[in-house]
Design a binder for this molecule. Structure first.
Ligand SMILES: [Zn+2]
Ligand SMILES: [Zn+2]
Length: 338
């Protein structure tokens, strides 16, 4: 089969590798669509501490079951050859302290398809049957491949736990910022302001219902002088996070959703955290949020038309990375069997 391979940081190729065969408990999926995101850029750039090389990237995908390993049909609740599925790429160990206390996303022995083992930027991918979710007939494969990023946004909202009527500031209007915007509006936010340096992205945020958008956080703060109940950073840029923190209302919440470099540091006022009773939280990947994300998409809550932009063949994997790096469009996907 053809696959995109990252041999080492900055060493990418599209080449032929052996077709996968399923071991017990596994399925082989013929990949219909696979999204590209910032995580893939981190693996290519060599700044993902979790990545192993060589690796076939691709962790946001859906496709059709073509082979079923021993016992896998039992685990994968009714999957047959031909069943269309989306796959949660996370493979927690299930026996460390964090897994055993319901925090599988914080697993000490983290493994994931497309990061530590081969993923779905390939014609076929092998997956644990337990990670497969059957798609409703009404959902397209490209929508199915959007479940994974939506699932991360859903986990973010679970962590943030906003109240009905809260005001929001979302900083960063890439795929994740735009998904968080839609979830905030659906979840009962009274006003959602969105900041981004890219004006095309701000226009998209307005189409999706943002109350107010601007390049400059301070301009948005001028309309909301007491600040926002919930401020979410979806950029991972340290200087932007510091500016965003200044926009949190007294008693409000600040969530770090964007992925900053491991060695980055930000400067916050501890007096303000104390005196204004500000809650600071993080949100990492997915936790019990894959099925809710599937349901939000099939229920029409997420505007998938606005989210799904470019679809490229596998041979264009390097081009897809460049598009994501330059913030072109929203969600860029690879169609390996197009
Ligand atoms: Zn991703
Ligand atoms: Zn674990």
């Amino acid at each position: 089969m053809r696959a995109a391979i990252i041999d080492a940081p900055a060493k990418i190729r599209v080449a032929s590798i052996p077709d996968p065969t399923p071991r017990p408990g596994e399925l082989v999926i013929r990949v219909g669509a696979c999204g590209i995101c910032g995580t893939d850029l981190h693996i290519v750039d060599g700044d993902s501490p979790l990545a192993r090389y060589p690796v076939v990237p691709g962790h946001e995908f859906a496709g059709e079951v073509v082979a079923i390993g021993e016992h896998a049909a039992l685990i994968g609740s009714g999957v047959k050859v031909g069943t269309r599925v989306a796959v949660d790429p996370n493979m927690p160990c299930c026996h460390c302290e964090f897994c055993r206390t319901g925090h599988e996303n914080l697993c000490l022995y983290y493994a994931a398809l497309g990061v530590t083992v081969n993923g779905a930027c390939a014609e076929y991918v092998t997956v644990p049957a337990a990670n497969a979710y059957v798609l409703p007939d009404t959902m397209t494969i490209r929508e199915g491949a959007l479940i994974e990023p939506v699932s991360c946004a859903v986990h973010g909202m679970h962590c943030l736990d906003p109240k009905s009527g809260d005001t929001f500031l979302i900083v960063g209007a890439g795929t994740m910022g735009l998904l968080l915007l839609q979830l905030a509006l659906h979840g009962g936010a009274s006003r959602v302001a969105v900041a981004d340096v890219n004006t095309q992205r701000l226009a998209r945020a307005e189409q999706l219902g943002a109350t107010r958008t601007h390049k400059d956080i301070n301009k948005l703060l001028a309309d909301e002088p007491l600040g926002f109940d919930c401020v979410i950073d979806a950029t991972g840029v340290p200087s932007v996070m510091e500016a965003a923190f200044a926009a949190v209302k007294r008693g409000g919440k600040f969530m770090v959703f964007g992925v900053a470099p491991n060695e980055a540091r930000i400067s916050l006022s501890p007096f303000r955290i104390y005196n204004d009773e500000i809650k600071i939280m993080g949100s990492m990947a997915i936790l019990f949020s894959f099925q809710p994300a599937l349901d939000l998409i099939s229920g029409g809550i997420i505007d998938t038309r606005a989210m799904l932009t470019a679809a490229l063949p596998l041979e264009d994997f390097p081009k897809a990375l460049t598009m994501v790096r330059h913030g072109e469009g929203v969600k860029t996907q690879i169609i390996p069997n197009g």
